[in-house]
Design a protein. Sequence first.
Length: 264
Amino acid sequence: MDQSLRTLGVAPNAWMVNQAIADITRPQKTPQPVILSTETKTLRLDLAKTAIIVIDMQNDFCHPDGWLAHIGVDVTPATKPIVPLNNLLPELRAVGVPVIWLNWGNRPDLLNISANLLHVYNPTGEGVGLGDRLPKNDARVLMAGSWAAAVVDELQQSPQDICVDKYRMSGFWDTPLDSILKNLGITTILFAGVNADQCVLTTLCDANFLGYDCILVKDCTATTSPDYCWLATLYNVKQCFGFVSDSQAIFTALNHPEATGRDK
């Protein structure tokens, strides 16, 4: 009889089992400590327990033919994270940091979307709201699987990246995001994407409430809202919910893991 142990689950949340034994000790990842400078403190963090979540860098929010542009929003600011993300993400992948694309992608029948949420985006009921078709390209607004919910072409994805649909501003509400992070053994999250004061901030806040360590990557994040919304977001993250850093500080951490952090 074959008594070899087989893996059940995803490391580090995995068991080793056969007919007689269940080894539930769960193998540990090899620590990858680095020193990261932020705007308030120097952090010592473990890359083996770190993921980056890129939020809503999708056509409906960032493309000139998308939904926000259709309702009159200047989406130019939403494209600012593209270049720094294309520089940063390959470096994070190279050291094993999971990249999670968190995009708003509703069910086609909208059965999990309430009337009050529909009202936010279509207050008269006469406009183009959630699930409606864009006149320019017939894409259904914020619909999973549609062009509207797809990551913009300019951002380079990788087959090993993880994609999660969300249905509210917060990516933790009614989604598998928390379970995925726990299975991966993640305790620290880098946050990027748009809009900083809406979907990024609410997802970051919920991550903080769930006990994750939260770091906003400043140059990989943007908003189409007024500047005071951006400034309030940075203030609140630093004051209440985590830390603010940038991609250059992350590059420094990756290239000089024994450094003490940049001078303030």
